[in-house]
Design a protein around this ligand. Structure first.
Ligand code: MG
Ligand code: MG
Length: 273
């Protein structure tokens, strides 16, 4: 059953989403070669607690940490480790927060040092997939229109769209109905209605879409060992249109740049704001 949110509930969810966004912004300034993902995890937990939130992933389904930290060929659900990051790595950081009765859930794939041009392209195209997915999340469309938009753009660029893991409704629970796949057919699935809040999260692989789980019981990796990217926004349907509750603005502020969307020409975190 889908729990549609009132305007008041969406305002509370915006606060949860903003705390996750600020946490990722704080991490943006700390991610560099030589730093371990476990160290970054500790910083994030402290930051969230200092700002009145509770880490949303810690203990959920027995996950041991605050952040999912997925390195290079890891797609999602990577466990933070003591291994230092290397120049040229990419690391997908997925963060959840629980605050005021609602969850925020937000992810960004960061470059560590200098990253190869073909990997930069994967990251850019995956951000574009997210943007196109968000734009499709509006009244008049259906849920699979979101995945259709993501899949078309990814596959046009020769990339694989992960099937096994999907976006989801978000609210008083981290994972609510409906599921939001990153693939789909036009005009299929449930009608998108006012008050829907979903986490839209393309997971796009440079090579095959196929993935497997590592023996740690968590990490999902690409079957061919090629890199994978993951970006996630929390999106509410307000006045029939998508409104992004999370933001990459803090990340871009920390990194000192604001990429423009090649699709809309607007600053990428201002797409619907
Ligand atoms: Mg997430
Ligand atoms: Mg999610």
């Amino acid at each position: 059953m889908i729990h549609y949110k009132s305007a008041e509930e969406i305002e509370l969810m915006r606060k949860s989403a903003l705390l996750v966004s600020k946490t990722l912004g704080m991490l943006a300034g700390e991610i560099k070669p030589g730093v371990s993902s476990l160290y970054l995890d500790g910083l994030a937990e402290q930051f969230i607690r200092d700002h009145g939130g509770i880490p949303g992933f810690l203990g959920m389904y027995d996950f041991p940490n605050t952040l999912c930290m997925s390195l290079n060929e890891q797609v999602v659900h990577g466990i933070p480790s003591k291994k230092p990051l290397d120049d040229g790595d990419i690391i997908s950081v997925d963060c959840g927060v629980y605050m005021n009765g609602f969850y925020g859930d937000h992810a960004y794939t960061f470059e560590v040092g200098e990253v190869a041009p073909e990997v930069k392209k994967l990251l850019r195209v995956t951000r574009e997939c997210l943007e196109l997915g968000v734009q499709a999340c509006k009244v008049g469309n259906r849920i699979e229109d979101i995945g259709y938009a993501v899949q078309q753009h990814a596959e046009k660029n020769g990339y694989g769209v992960v099937r096994e893991l999907v976006g989801h409704g978000l609210g008083r629970n981290m994972h609510e109905d409906p599921q939001v796949p990153n693939y789909g057919r036009r005009g299929r699935g449930k009608k998108i209605q006012e008050g829907l809040v979903v986490a839209i999260e393309p997971m796009i692989n440079m090579g095959t879409h196929r993935v497997k789980q590592l023996k740690d019981g968590w990490s999902i990796v690409t079957l061919d060992g090629k890199p994978s990217a993951h970006y996630e926004h929390d999106v509410a349907v307000v006045n029939g249109q998508p409104e992004i509750l999370s933001t990459f603005a803090y990340i871009y502020e920390a990194l000192g740049y604001t990429p423009e969307s090649p699709i809309t020409g607007k600053a990428i975190h201002d797409i619907t704001q």
